[in-house]
Design a protein. Structure first.
Length: 144
């Protein structure tokens, strides 16, 4: 179990670094991907709180759910930052671009989060035969 946790932790860290480097190439900047990556600690905090509130321990399925949630959080951050960059290129200030991006992209981000929550809710309840085995994965995803 300790070896599985270690490997999943290394995989999570490696995935974050690889995604960051891929975004550096895509955005042709070091700072924009860094801004996107700063959303990941907030997502991980939500995962930890959800597991704590549901009294679910860290396990291999919950860490797999965390990796999935980190991917969704990164995608949402990319949407927000890309929109703000486009607004800044049109001559808006950084603050105006950030407010515009927040107002315009809040609904799609909330829709993505709600779809994840609704989709994972039956699994998170852990009902049925073997339901408690996959419940930590769903609870981690919902915590994002």
């Amino acid at each position: 179990m300790q070896e599985a946790f270690t490997r999943l932790g290394i995989g999570l860290a490696f995935a974050a670094v690889l995604v960051y480097l891929l975004m550096v190439v895509n955005f042709q900047s070091w700072t924009d991907p860094f801004i996107i990556i700063t959303a990941l600690p907030g997502a991980f905090t939500g995962i930890v709180w959800a597991l704590f509130l549901t009294q679910t321990t860290f396990s291999v399925p919950s860490l797999m759910g965390a990796i999935m949630s980190i991917g969704v959080a990164t995608a949402n951050s990319i949407l927000l930052v890309t929109f703000a960059i486009e607004r800044m290129e049109l001559g808006r200030t950084a603050l105006q671009a950030a407010v515009d991006a927040g107002c315009t992209r809040l609904r799609p981000i909330c829709m993505t989060a709600l779809a994840m929550i609704i989709g994972m809710l039956p699994m998170a309840l852990g009902m049925g035969e073997g339901g408690e085995q996959n419940a930590p994965l769903a609870r981690a995803v919902i915590g994002d």
